[in-house]
Write a protein that binds this ligand. Sequence first.
Ligand code: DAH
Length: 345
Amino acid sequence: MTAVGASLLDRLATLEEQGLAAIRAAADPDTLEAARVDFLGRNGQLADAMGSIGKVEAEARREVGQRANAVKSALTEAWEEQAARLADPDEAADASAFDATLPARGAWTGSLHPVTRVIDEICEIFQDLGFSRVEGPEIETTWYHFTALNIPLDHPAADMMDTFYLDDDIVLRTHTSPMQARVMQDHEPPVRVLVPGLAYRRDSFDPSHAPAFEQIEGLAVDEGVDFIEFRSSIRHFVRKFFGRRAKSRFRPSFYPFTEPSAEVDVSCTVCEGSGCSTCKRTGWITIMGSGMVDPAVFEAVGYDPEKYTGYAFGMGPARIAMVRHGIPDMRLLYEGDVGFLEQLS
Ligand code: DAH
């Protein structure tokens, strides 16, 4: 490099360094404009340096000229950036804080509530057996809620202690069973329906109770439906839902709307029957109340009890979700803590 060329390159380097520093340090538009005039102005330092290029030895002139242009671009770009930053400090800060190399955060996806998933699965299993899915009102008359189901109004179930009364003969349903009567009134046999929905009771909110909770009602009515069909349908459901190894048993029970009535238990899926806290050391978990439809219910809805027979059942999908996931406290399912619920997906 020739002597004049080298000294001009040095001067350009210093000018670039000082110019960038002055432009970037400008904290307000006036200071920035002064820096621009000083370095990039028509009579500024860069123009002055460029005016000397003609004195550079011919063989070095091209290189020095290119360098001068590069300095001009760098200063101009820095000036534009600083002007934008001063015009909109927030946006400029955001842009400079954005780091495209950081790993992405996991995307948030919604999912169905575990109780909803249990309901959907149960409905699908029974769909294979010819059951369709229907829904009904949460506010019921005492006729559908009690009378049609063969529950006398002085029965303990009709007591104010259990039932929310909205009026003398209007209640919030405590179970989905009144839909049995509604469906039978609207349809001639054969009837095979599953009715998921909310039920309400004057219960405390504790590890095994919620004042509002889901139930699923099942009803099958036709000529010749017998206890054997009833048992085999329930067994089919238990195996499909809880797994092939799950056993089921029927225990005699009592409900006013079924005769005979039975409680259905499944072998505990947590300990497989050997006894644990989920099954309270019994090896069995009760999953539904059930039975053969009482002829009195057929009479109430206008079905001929001599001609038709049927079975009915009612289960609590929240309890079933608790068994499935080994959840000790029902409140965990209803408190809406996404951090908890996400673990069950
Ligand atoms: N309704 C009952 C309850 O809430 C459950 C039930 C029992 C429903 C037996 C039925 C049944 O259909 O046959 O406890």
